[in-house]
Design a protein around this ligand. Structure first.
Ligand SMILES: [Zn+2]
Length: 348
């Protein structure tokens, strides 16, 4: 089969790899029908995270179950499934409290599992899924093609934006600030809307992203950055600050902006993989500002968000503004890297 391999910074290729086969009774083989490129794929693509050898890549996909191992109970060949960005057993102590992203038996796509067998990357034609019952979430019917992008968005960005809003404790009537206008931040706006926020301030200086944020329910756009952005938020809230803040970037600047916008007693929900973040603990202590969140347990939210997509309540698939065949995966990366696209969808 064909699968995407990252060879070096800026060098991503679709190549022949061995076809996956069932390796454990709990496995499933999924034929990928749609996949996408994540903002976090750009860290190694840009060389920020070192690439020392050719690596399988891609962790967001949906598809059709082709085969299941003898112990798989919840899935049958022909089922349409959504994969979270990690696999998990959904039964260990960490999964039971809803932190499937720290599953004791779990792991990442595109690398070998605990038994030394490849759990294929999502940007390919097929994936061997370990722990299929605990990982995959199916739909009752094979969905129409126009719903697929929104279901695909649940594999990472929508679940991650949702987690930011949960961690920040967004309540009905709240004023919420969202830092970050990538797909996760935009989905965070949508999550805050669903949780009943009254005012949602989206920070963005890019017009297409501003438009999407407004479409997802943002009431205010702030184009300023850093201390200037905090100042604007303070003006908008008459010097009070936001009831909840979603930090969806992961840099030192975005975190200090987020903490600066929080009102006394508020929580910053953070989901951006931290790169050089330090906390101003003294300031947080004096203002009772908390930070909560981390790597999103997307699997926890999948059933609920799937139902909302299928009911037409949310359409997070609007974050995809480029769709290319899997063969053009290099263009999918380049477009996001150069900020020509917010998020690229791949069709094998
Ligand atoms: Zn687990």
């Amino acid at each position: 089969m064909k699968a995407t391999i990252l060879h070096a910074p800026g060098d991503v290729r679709l190549e022949d790899v061995s076809d996956p086969v069932l390796a454990a009774p709990t496995d499933a083989i999924v034929r990928v029908t749609a996949a996408c490129v994540c903002g976090s794929d750009l860290w190694p693509y840009r060389g920020v995270n070192k690439v020392t050898r050719p690596t399988r890549i891609g962790h967001e996909f949906v598809g059709i179950v082709e085969e299941v191992g003898p112990s798989v109970r919840s899935l049958r060949p022909g089922d349409f499934v959504i994969a979270p960005f990690m696999y998990s057993d959904n039964s260990c102590p960490h999964c039971q409290v809803g932190i499937q992203s720290r599953c004791r038996a779990g792991g990442f796509w595109g690398s070998k599992d605990r038994n030394g067998v490849m759990a294929d990357g999502g940007q390919g034609e097929y994936v061997r899924v370990p722990l299929a019952d605990g990982t995959l979430v199916s739909t009752r019917d094979v969905p129409d093609d126009d719903v697929v992008p929104s279901l695909l968005a649940l594999s990472d960005v929508m679940g991650t934006g949702w987690h930011a809003a949960v961690a920040a404790g967004v309540q009905e009537g709240d004023t919420v600030v969202v830092v970050g206008d990538g797909a996760v931040g935009l989905c965070g706006v949508l999550a805050a809307t669903r949780m009943g926020a009254e005012r949602i301030v989206a920070m963005s200086r890019h017009q297409p992203r501003q438009r999407l944020a407004l479409g997802f329910g943002a009431t205010d756009i702030v184009a300023a950055r850093g201390a200037a952005a905090v100042q604007v938020v303070m003006q908008l809230t008459e010097g009070v600050g936001a009831d909840a803040v979603l930090e969806c970037v992961g840099t030192g600047e975005s975190m200090s902006t987020a903490i600066g916008c929080a009102r006394p007693g508020a929580t910053v929900g953070y989901v951006g993989a931290p790169h050089g973040v330090e906390y101003p603990v003294r300031d947080m202590f004096e203002r009772n500002v908390g930070v909560a969140g981390g790597m999103a347990p997307v699997r926890q939210y999948l059933p609920r968000l799937r139902d909302e997509v299928l009911a037409g309540v949310i359409t997070p698939g609007a974050v995809f503004d480029l769709e290319v065949p899997l063969a053009d995966v290099a263009e999918a990366y380049a477009a996001m890297d150069e900020r020509r696209a917010i998020k690229s969808l791949l069709r094998p």
